[in-house]
Design a protein around this ligand. Structure first.
Ligand code: BQF
Length: 282
């Protein structure tokens, strides 16, 4: 039976430490501020944006919410981003993804000033992550690395398998594991015989979005299993990619959904916002 890795508890611990940093910043006259833009009515996006606002409140970070209607044009959105780029009060800017299909995500990501890009999606920040010298951490992958650190799991020399190759999770996850000297294999929708790879994994990270994609027969005995996905079942319940009930009997460590990686994504976002605000201290 695996140790269940409590991302929720760790996120609270990290946010408590960040709260002290926010208090210190305020004492030196700097008020951290995060601007969150949401376009349209995607119900999951609304929940995520609320989670971000709530964490800002807990830490004493000011949050500005721009809830824009579905019909917002790309031009209007880019105009708001431009204003926020110029607004010296604002330390971090994020635009909640996905965007409605008439807006080009690439144009939006490229419009956010790299200095305020707390999601680390701008190509300039992606480049920094690739080189391994960066200020803004990629939120979800950095959250995963914090969980591994908390449970004293050293990935150096281990076989790590990342399932999923998105720009948001899979690719930056690969870079962070590589930085810590793991041997990393990336699997994706076109991988032939996924199980032949996952069975070799000492550390398995799944970021796909398919319930029960990872079953117990695909997992090596005593593997560390990190479930990054958030799937909403018809029942309304959340689950990840991993068949948790069966895999937990075989793994040595496993993250639950909810309460695993998700809260750590938000904690990293708060950390990036504080990092950005710190640049203002004279
Ligand atoms: C939890 C996200 C897919 C696509 C876009 C806590 C979050 C989720 C779960 C959360 C996510 C997922 C976010 C839990 C932000 C993580 O208790 O398990 C927090 O708010 N997340 C996002 O902003 O965009 C996404 C997943």
């Amino acid at each position: 039976m695996a140790v269940i890795m409590d991302g929720k508890a760790l996120s609270i611990k990290l946010k408590n430490a960040l709260k002290n940093e926010v208090d210190e910043l305020k004492n030196s006259g700097v008020n951290p501020c995060l601007a969150v833009i949401i376009v349209g009515n995607n119900p999951a996006s609304k929940i995520y944006v609320n989670n971000k606002k709530k964490s800002c409140e807990e830490l004493g970070i000011k949050s500005l919410e721009y809830a824009l209607p579905e019909e917002t044009t790309e031009e209007e959105l880019l105009g708001i981003i431009d204003e926020l780029n110029k607004n010296e009060e604002v330390d971090g800017i994020l635009c909640q993804l996905p965007l409605p299909s008439h807006i080009c995500e690439k144009n939006v990501i490229n419009a956010i000033s790299p200095e305020k890009d707390v999601d680390a999606f701008h190509p300039e920040n992606v480049g920094h992550i690739m080189i391994g010298d960066y200020t803004f951490l990629p939120c979800t992958p950095a959250g995963v690395m914090e969980i591994l650190k908390e449970y004293e799991i050293d990935v150096a020399g281990k076989n790590c398998v990342v399932v999923g190759r998105s720009n948001i999770v899979g690719k930056p996850m690969t870079m962070l594991l590589l930085k810590e000297n793991a041997t990393v294999t990336v699997c994706h929708s076109r991988t032939q015989d996924l199980a032949s790879f996952t069975k070799q994994a000492d550390v398995l990270v799944s970021a796909v979005g398919k319930p029960n994609l990872i079953t117990a027969d695909m997992v090596k005995e005593n593997a560390v299993v990190i479930d990054v996905a958030i799937n909403r079942l018809d029942s309304g319940k959340l689950c990840g990619d991993v068949d948790f009930e069966n895999v937990k009997e075989k793994a040595s460590f496993i993250t639950p959904v909810p309460g695993g990686v998700g809260p750590m994504t938000i904690a990293t976002l708060m950390k990036n916002t504080v990092t950005s605000a710190k640049k203002k201290v004279k």
